[in-house]
Ligand binder design. Sequence first.
Ligand SMILES: Cc1ncc(COP(=O)(O)O)c(C=O)c1O
Length: 385
Amino acid sequence: MNIDKYKDMQFETRAIKSGEGVDPTTHAVNTPIYLTTTYGYETTKDFEKVLVDAMDWVDGAYLYSRTTNPTTEALEFKIASLEKAESSTVTPCGMAAISVALLSNLNQGDHCIVSNDIFIVTRSLFEDVLPSKGIETDIINIIDLDSIKNAIKPNTKVIYLESCSNPRLELADIESISKIAKEHSLILIVDNTFLSPYLLKPIELGADIVIHSGTKFVVGHGDGLLGLISGTKKMMDRAKYYSDNLGTHISPFNSWLSLRSVKTLNLRLDRQCSNAMKIAEFLESRPEVDKVYYPGLKSHDQHDLAKKILTNGYGSMVTFHLKGGYEEMAKFVDNVSIPPIGTSLGDVVTLIHPKHAEGDLIRLSVGCENVDDLINDLLKAFQQI
Ligand SMILES: Cc1ncc(COP(=O)(O)O)c(C=O)c1O
């Protein structure tokens, strides 16, 4: 089951085929939702073998659904294939993936170097939760490689960053940072949520562990939470052990929802990236706009890096500042009618997020609607400021 017959095929084929096949008992083409908590065996010997194998994370050793479930396992195989990783594990949300990735690699007294532009809840994990358990953190600007080198201490274990940061869309030079990590035997953990494995595969660039809020692009329809962790089999077996102990297991229904959604990840992202590029160009042409952040624009500080590392597009996240202050931002956002004002991102529906804390930044998560309709909608909102 875990032999990926499709591993040498293209992303689109792997998104559909890897980890799945005709169900051996029913011949169902789609992976069933195995809504079972436990699994029954005929003999003590068979049961004992499963007990031992399940604790060794042997594929297909089904003991209890906190530990393994066939629907979840199919998703894990598919994600490993898409990430080009030896192994993957999934969790009920992105924060659980981050927690498991960190707790399985950091102990009391360890030190962790963290990027300063990261998701606000991840930041509070590093600033509050981990230090309260005796794990030291230093928050630095990871764009400046020297500041990473200068932050390394004898007890440093982990470098943590977002491949494309939330909210300023700064790109990390993963290849160069992974060299620094390897020189000092540090573990490089990359949150690749804003890009997805279709646009960037951090493991190929030298990252040790990749995590995602799969809630965003992987699920893509705003109807399920999901977390993903990928890396070497050894690291993922340890992550699974932590997940089993911490109880961060996903429901089989959400695994199934994710299996269904990820099959169209590339189709959705092709449209989202092309819509986002046109919207970023439109925004940059508007007199009301002060600055647009989008890696596909020549004006983006790291456009050359974006061209080098991003496959298939520059992402669907566009952030921008208007020239006016908070009142103008609120007026603009309130007059946009297609995208709802809301948090989250990566969905087929375009979402708009005013970010007061970030100096009145507006964040658009561009969806799959018709791009002319979206641009006309934004135009009308500009005309009403
Ligand atoms: C970059 C990033 N990482 C992690 C998370 C957390 O994911 P979840 O909401 O699935 O727990 C988010 C949520 O917005 C995010 O933007």
